[in-house]
Ligand binder design. Structure first.
Ligand SMILES: Cc1ncc(C[n+]2csc(CCOP(=O)(O)OP(=O)(O)O)c2C)c(N)n1
Ligand SMILES: [Mg+2]
Length: 540
């Protein structure tokens, strides 16, 4: 039996949102969206507000990424929506099911020059899976349900609805649609069998698993496939931690050796993009396993490319009935390389340099981080080091900006993570440059009692740009920041707390104070500005 509900546009929207598992709203105030606040307020529905709309969208994205359910940002008409576009675009690149509900100038006098009258759709359409203006109040529940269904259907992604003023303020009686249910899409069995045969027949196979493995709840199936076929596993994005670091098939540091030596590279749930040398692994054959046909790479011809529900595909690989080549020597060879790299890293993470190098910060951080801690990277070199030295122990605990590489996710992601996990450690790793984009939202975190730890790698420069520019031109411009700036005092002024650390030996106690503080706490670590992350391609 379908349910009918009566209320203003905000109430109708909220009813549909709740039915689909949305549990909170992130927003920044604007009159165009007041009815959505009214509905939330009356229903006791959690509402978190921020100081810049991009933080609202990033917070919604963090909820979506971590909890694998829709995240909601409500943005006021015009500038509210345009300020959210980098967040929407990040969600699009990351396949995160985010819904942005926008206000919109009234339709009845469209063209007369109302405040903030603009058509958002052409701006957001290229970075959303679905974008629609809902012109009539009683159509809102249908539109919300359709938008969320699109967001949650693999390949997932953000969606956008805007509600003209009269549509959201008016009252109507509407039908609350039943949830359609999203059936898993089965990949072509022939293609899956081909992939299984290639992996089983390889002598030196490697799996690289990315975010969609976590988003598609296929972590257990990944592990089963890796174990059944005895294939070493590397991960990126939300896939990190899919196999715990102590698992015999879990690898992180031997990637170069692995990709150089591999005869079959299996990439699961992540695109063959710049992070994976565009899918070019020399002579190795490529198996690309994706969650929807749209995700097959146009620039690579894989030997097999099953497209469909990742859990089903990986389970089929695990159940592969045919013979398989023994990979024990290959796994052992990689383990030697992994252990050697680990030993080198351990030395760097313990180094007693003055000034401090980023590696040491991560060495100290590893001693205080719990296995279920959520770590968030927002910055340049400092975050590349985080990726190298931190080893997430559980899937769904590592938030990087993803392939869009947008600086400024920090405080928004932190808010979404804290709201998702009230009792876990939440730790943001920030470049000093990145800090400029979102640090004001510490005020939002303080006011709404959402404590997080922020560790700033303060090298006084846009490091990831300065070093390459010098290498390229012999000079650099627009790459300096104020050296030794007291970002901790900014946080203190906003109601949080913090301290500056200049000596390696002081890091450990400072981090422990930070996690015990119970308020947003910034550890401002003065780091070596001459230290550059070693990378082959420097364009970011
Ligand atoms: C919104 C945005 N603007 C600019 C860039 C280009 N960019 C990439 S890394 C980087 C430098 C980051 O500096 P910082 O946060 O201080 O980290 P560091 O490299 O110094 O460790 C810049 C400017 C970007 N990725 N995103
Ligand atoms: Mg910097």
């Amino acid at each position: 039996m379908t349910e009918r509900i009566e209320g203003h546009g905000g109430e109708l929207a909220l009813a549909a949102l709740r039915a689909y598992g949305v549990r909170e709203m992130f927003t920044l105030s604007g009159g165009h969206v007041f009815p959505l606040y009214d509905a939330a307020h009356k229903a006791g529905f959690p509402l978190y507000d921020v100081r810049h709309e991009q933080s609202a969208v990033f917070a919604a994205e963090a909820v979506a990424k971590l909890q694998r359910r829709p995240g909601l940002a409500v943005l006021t008409a015009g500038p509210g929506v345009t300020n959210g576009i980098s967040g929407l675009t990040s969600a699009y690149f990351n396949a995160s099911p985010v819904l942005v509900l926008g206000g919109r100038a009234p339709q009845f006098r469209w063209g007369s020059g109302s405040l903030q009258e603009m058509d958002h759709l052409p701006l957001v359409a290229p970075v959303t899976k679905h974008a629609e203006t809902v012109f009539s109040t009683d159509d809102i529940p249908r539109a919300v349900t359709a938008a969320l269904t699109a967001a949650l259907t693999p390949h997932r992604g953000p969606v956008f609805l805007d509600l003209p003023l009269e549509a959201v303020f008016s009252v109507a009686d509407a039908e609350l649609p039943t949830l359609p249910g999203i059936a898993p899409v089965e990949a072509d069995p022939g293609e899956v069998a081909k992939a299984a045969g290639l992996i089983a027949g390889a002598t030196r196979p490697v799996i690289i698993a990315g975010s969609d493995v976590y988003a598609g709840d296929a972590v257990d199936a990944l592990r089963a496939a890796a174990e059944a076929l005895q294939v070493p596993v590397f991960t990126n994005g939300m896939g990190r931690g899919a196999l715990p670091p102590e698992h015999p098939l879990a690898f992180a540091k031997a990637r170069r050796v692995a990709l150089k030596g591999a005869d079959v590279v299996v990439v699961v749930g992540t695109p063959l993009d710049f992070r994976l040398s565009f899918g070019d692994f020399g002579d190795a054959r490529v198996v690309h396993i994706v969650d929807a046909p749209s995700q097959r790479a146009g620039h690579v011809e894989p030997a097999a490319a099953p497209a469909g529900d990742l859990r089903l595909i990986l389970t089929a690989l695990a159940d592969h009935p045919g013979d398989r080549v023994d990979h024990a020597d290959w796994v052992a060879e990689l383990r030697v390389a992994e252990d050697a790299a680990k030993a080198r890293d351990a030395e760097e993470m313990a180094a007693e340099t003055d000034p401090i190098r980023p590696a040491r910060i991560y060495g100290e951080l590893r001693k205080v981080l719990a296995r279920d801690a959520v770590t968030i990277g927002d910055g340049g070199d400092f975050v590349s080091y985080a990726g190298r030295y931190l080893e997430p122990a559980q899937p769904g605990t590592w938030l990087d900006p993803g392939p869009y590489g947008c600086l400024g996710t920090g405080m928004g992601y932190a808010m979404g993570a804290r709201v998702s996990y009230p009792d876990r450690q939440i730790c943001v790793l920030m470049g000093d440059g990145a800090a400029g984009f979102s640090l004001m939202d510490v005020e939002s975190l303080v006011r709404q009692k959402l404590p997080v730890v922020i560790v700033v790698g303060n090298n006084g420069i846009w490091g990831l740009e300065k070093h390459p520019m010098r290498a390229m031109y012999g000079y650099d411009v627009a790459a300096d920041l104020q050296p030794e700036l007291r970002y901790d005092q900014v946080v203190t002024a906003l109601g949080g707390a913090g301290e500056t650390v200049a000596k390696a030996g002081d890091l450990g106690p400072a981090l422990r104070r930070a996690f015990d503080a119970g308020v947003p706490y910034l550890v401002n670590v003065l780091t070596d500005p001459t230290d550059a992350y070693p990378r082959s391609s420097n364009l970011a």
